[in-house]
Design a protein around this ligand. Structure first.
Ligand code: NBG
Length: 831
């Protein structure tokens, strides 16, 4: 074969074709004739990976050469979605690759469909981390995303007999072409044992940790290229391994099985992702995971810092470390231990470095999600860290006591330790005390954070708190998911919008343009057709592409109120049964989302939706007008088909409960109108798109608080509202459960009993808002106009803007390429 000089880096069709053939032969060991589609995918992925790593080496080199501050993004979860399509887009080679493969008789889209996505997260929080990694590279901020290389990610959801079943996610079974193992980048992480005080040679009081186990963390790197820039950052995920393959002492005594067992115990640490969203379960293995990845990441950042020629006392000058929720909060303590115990810094100095290094993002106010570790468990696993927590706390509370207004109750509220039985370490307090900045993820959430969960801290340090509203990457969620729409937009306003999303505003001028409207609705229809095909294939349900696609996709949770949407469907159903002549526009209700495996109510809500679907979809009176679909296994891959096909976006959480939401942004960008409460980022979406283009309903956060304070009695709403009563009675009757009245009793009892998420209070307002939706839908031109305006005005919700906010408000980093010349690149540091 003719060798091109640019076989590993070239971007022309010819070079890509050659590289692809080369990788097929030498990377997968196949001749083209016998290659499976997966082999083709693998060869293409390797081809693209070469081009990415080429840029990574350059980017990392420049970080070393430049004096820039880097971001260490610490997150226990990432949901990157399939890499291939995004990398082609960001590299700008999609068409070249399509052509190269076409020339060989292969179809790019079929190859793209081969990729299994890494499901290393639960939902919004993990996906946000991945959007941020995309934006960090795109706005050219040097960064490493640190996390855990779970062998099993979030389970695959299958629906059997209307119930969710969980299937293990063996995402690595066919290999992962995107990552490179770096056995040379490995750190030891200790657990358990005890501590021992001693005096060092200068007579200073020191503590030594005598652990009883150690494991090794190995780095696996995935390159993350920015959009049409040469900056390529990395996602560095840690895998746990035993220190030695065999415990030789045990082996020599013939105890082979014990030796193997120890090895397995070490590797268990990164086996599986905990599938809980917004619930903290105090499992020992989870704390091990958190400490394991925090420690590896800090040791790695310290190593890079040293390579840059600096000493630990200036660590904060080279690294800004962001804590994505409290999962990595133990890093605060670990950095203190590394600086004080291992690098001999005095406590005060180490504390300054630590606070200047960390910043903390809070993602929830739900009490059940606030992490707490029992002191007993924490101390058994991390005895030295518990001592350091106590010392941080002692000094912190002493400082507070120094202020005149501090009484014992305030001290108890602020303490890092909750004294209730069992005594526990409050991770949000630890993260707040150990950081120089704390932020919420939408304006409303950041305000509520200061008023509720971290109220006392906000009074103590008002300057520490700020807001950074979440964002999503328009590359994946518009350009990649909705190619036709992206092309239409570019044809009217140029392609600058993908780098500066507020440029979408220029679309406003076309909102009433009949030709533009026509193109806009044709694209939406084509997207709906595509999703209908997928729905048929996955569920066997045929849906009408010209019906209103009313979509709610997100984790299943009572606070998100999928069951409120169910009440609406039942209302329409009963209305149509009573009076088949009435005019109800055709609607397809599409739900998707996973429930935590042990979350009883959420699982029952899934069954409620599928049971309603079984009834509605087969009822001859309504089935041509209403359809109800539960789309199984909602993940990033599936999401990319769903958002572009939606007409209506359901964002109906109880006000005050959804910290931000990010699906809401993806829908709006793709031209869906929102029906929603004043919760999370909905508030800002409505501000941006205009109140007249948003279906608002429901109690506000202060009204929710007030109603609860007054005493909320859901039964009063039931008694006073005939339609509501009819719907609830219907659910309780057994008509839905094939005669089993017990099936949905837990939901009915919950709603009539205490209804913690106020469905009954918001029911009528929701039904009325849905009436307004139907009315607008009957007027396609007005609907399309509003759809265009939603996209045009959603530019604020780009994750590029969020990252720029973090740079300015928190990290004090100037985005944009670091001063880069080929020379500094080569002189740079290998990270
Ligand atoms: C979630 C919130 C969402 C928010 C994402 C990303 C957790 C703990 N929180 O509202 O529920 O959009 O975080 O910030 O998963």
């Amino acid at each position: 074969m003719k060798q091109s000089t640019n076989i590993r880096t070239g971007l022309t069709t010819e070079e890509i074709r050659e590289a692809f053939c080369d990788n097929l032969r030498c990377g997968t060991g196949k001749v083209e004739r016998f290659a499976t589609r997966h082999d083709l995918y693998f060869a293409l992925a390797l081809t693209i990976r070469d081009r990415l790593f080429d840029r990574t080496v350059e980017s990392l080199g420049t970080y070393g050469g430049a004096n820039a501050r880097r971001v260490g993004y610490l997150s226990a979860e990432y949901l990157p979605g399939p890499h291939l399509g995004n990398n082609l887009l960001n590299l700008g080679v999609t068409e070249a690759v399509r052509e190269a493969l076409g020339g060989l008789g292969h179809d790019l889209d079929e190859i793209l469909a081969e990729e299994e996505e890494p499901g290393l997260g639960n939902g919004g929080l993990g996906r946000l981390a991945s959007c941020y990694m995309d934006s960090l590279a795109s706005v050219e901020v040097p960064a490493i995303g640190y996390g855990i290389r779970y062998e099993f990610g979030i389970f695959d959801q299958v629906i059997r007999d209307g119930w969710q079943h969980e299937v293990t996610d063996k995402w690595l079974r066919r290999g992962n072409p995107w990552e490179i193992a770096r056995p040379e980048i490995a750190y030891e992480v200790k657990f358990g044992g005890r501590t021992e005080p001693y005096k060092d040679k200068d007579g200073r009081f020191r503590v030594r940790w005598l652990p009883d186990t150690e494991v090794k963390g190995i780095a696996y790197d995935t390159p993350l290229l920015g959009y049409r820039v040469s900056t390529c950052n990395i996602l560095r995920l840690w895998k746990a391994e035993a220190i030695e393959s065999f415990d030789f002492a045990a082996f020599n005594h013939g105890d082979y099985y014990r030796a193997v067992q120890d090895k397995m115990a070490s590797e268990n640490i990164t086996k599986v992702l905990y599938p809980n969203d917004e619930v903290a379960v105090g499992k020992e293995l989870r704390l091990k995971q958190q400490f394991f990845f925090s420690s590896c990441s800090l040791q790695d950042m310290l190593r890079i810092h040293r390579l840059l020629g600096s000493t630990p006392a200036t660590f904060h000058q080279s690294w800004a470390v962001q804590l994505n929720d409290t999962h990595p909060a133990v890093a605060v303590v670990e950095l203190m231990r590394l600086l004080v115990d291992e690098h001999d810094l005095p406590w005060e100095e180490a504390w300054k470095v630590t606070q200047a290094t960390f910043a903390y993002t809070n993602h929830t106010l739900l009490p059940e999600a606030l992490e707490k570790w029992s002191v007993e468990l924490f101390g058994a696993l991390l005895p030295r860290h518990l001592e350091i927590v106590y010392e941080i706390n002692r000094r912190f509370l002493e400082e507070v006591r120094g202020k005149s207004s501090a009484d014992d109750r305030l001290i108890a509220r602020l303490s890092l330790i909750e004294e209730n039985k069992p005594r526990s370490v409050r991770m949000a307090h630890l993260a707040t005390v150990g950081s120089h900045a704390v932020n919420g993820v939408a304006e409303l959430h950041s305000e509520l954070l200061k008023e509720t969960v971290l109220h006392d801290f906000a009074r103590l340090w008002p300057g520490k708190f700020c807001n950074v509203t979440n964002g999503v990457t328009p590359r994946r969620f518009v350009a990649l998911s909705n190619r036709a729409l992206a092309e239409l937009i570019t044809s009217r306003v140029g392609d600058g919008w993908l780098k500066e999303l507020t440029k979408l505003r220029e679309l406003e001028q076309f909102a009433d343009d009949p030709e533009f409207q026509k193109q806009w609705s044709e694209i939406k229809l084509a997207n709906k057709l595509r999703l209908s095909g997928l729905i048929l294939q996955r569920t066997g349900i045929g849906v009408a592409p010209d019906s209103l696609f009313d979509v709610q996709v997100k984790r299943i949770h009572e606070y998100k109120r999928q069951h409120l949407a169910a009440l609406h469907i039942l209302t329409l159903y009963l209305r149509l049964r009573r009076d088949p002549e009435i005019d109800v526009p055709k609607r397809t209700f599409i739900f998707g989302g996973k429930s935590a495996p042990g979350y009883f109510m959420a699982k029952r809500i899934i069954k409620l939706i599928t049971a309603i679907g079984d009834m509605v979809n087969s009822d001859p009176v309504v089935r041509d007008r209403l359809k109800v679909v539960f789309f199984p296994d909602f993940n990033v891959t599936n999401a990319q088909f769903v958002y572009p096909a939606a007409n209506l976006s359901e964002q109906i959480s109880t006000a005050g409960k959804e910290a931000s939401g990010t699906g809401n942004m993806k829908f709006a960008l793709n031209g869906a109108l929102t029906i929603g409460t004043l919760d999370g980022a909905n508030v800002e979406i409505r501000e941006e798109v205009g109140a007249e283009n948003f279906f608002l309903f429901g109690l506000t956060a202060p009204e929710v608080t007030e109603l609860k304070a007054r005493g909320y009695h859901p039964r009063e709403y039931y008694n006073q509202n005939e339609n509501l009563r009819e719907v609830i009675d219907f659910m309780a009757s057994g008509a839905l459960g094939g005669g089993d009245a017990e099936l949905f009793r837990p939901i009915v009892d919950n709603l009539l009993g205490d209804d913690p998420f106020l469905l009954l209070a918001d029911y009528q307002a929701y039904i009325d808002a849905q009436e307004r939706v139907s009315a607008l839908w009957r007027d396609p031109r007005s609907w399309t106009r509003q759809s265009i305006l939603n996209s045009a005005r959603a530019g604020k919700f780009s994750s590029d803007r969020s990252i720029r906010d973090y740079c300015e408000r928190i990290w004090k980093i100037q985005p944009g390429a670091p001063p880069s010349t080929a020379k500094t690149a080569r002189q740079g540091v290998r990270q």
